[in-house]
Write a protein that binds this ligand. Structure first.
Ligand code: ADP
Ligand code: MG
Length: 172
């Protein structure tokens, strides 16, 4: 396993709830390992919103989150199914809204019920579900950086619960 410690922690504007944490990873393995650490901090009802261009690493991060939260088995991209469900100590819902083109599809998917439910929800292309997102969630934007494998992960916690998670994530 590569070193799971995220590199270059860089805390920006640490003023209560406006906190944004930016971390960089240099390989997909580092991103997955960071996801695992995050997943290990989650519990039922948590909502993780992922944003970033195609190929940024949302699925890689989601895979780590699900594994860290105790999902059994391989976590695959849900791009063609919209939604996958993983069972473990807590049910993990992993949705990818990339191909969603009508808001009606959010309802067909039952996303509002899932978001109100008792699982952990990880959403790729979360901007497409903004109206449905609960006010408290963890928003993560992944950006390409110079160097083809370097990514910046910007964590924006919305609500005290997620500020706490981010604070734990910055500790070993
Ligand atoms: P998305 O779900 O955002 O469209 P994926 O997670 O499916 O993106 O794919 C990310 C791609 O980028 C993978 O091919 C992965 O190997 C590659 N990659 C290279 N560097 C990184 C990194 N630092 N973090 C995550 N993925 C990376
Ligand atoms: Mg994806």
């Amino acid at each position: 396993m590569p070193n799971p410690e995220p590199r270059t922690p860089d805390r920006e504007s640490v003023s209560g709830r406006a906190l944004e944490l930016r971390l960089h990873t240099a390989t997909p393995e580092e991103t997955e390992a960071l996801g695992r650490r995050l997943g290990g901090l989650l519990r039922a009802g948590d909502v993780i919103a992922l944003s970033g261009d195609l190929g940024a690493g949302k699925t890689v991060l989601a895979r780590g989150i699900a594994a860290g939260a105790g999902a059994a088995g391989h976590v695959a991209s849900p791009t063609f199914t919209f939604l996958r469900e993983y069972h473990g100590p807590v049910t993990i819902y992993h949705a990818d809204l990339y191909r969603l083109d009508r808001p009606q599809q959010l309802e067909d998917l039952g996303l509002d019920e899932i978001l109100d439910g008792n699982g952990i929800v990880v959403l790729e292309w979360a901007e497409k579900a903004r109206p449905l997102l609960p006010p408290e969630h963890l928003w993560i934007t992944i950006r390409f950086m110079n160097g083809e494998d370097t990514r910046q992960l910007a964590f924006s916690p919305k609500g005290a619960r997620y500020v706490e998670i981010i604070e734990k994530l910055t500790k070993a």
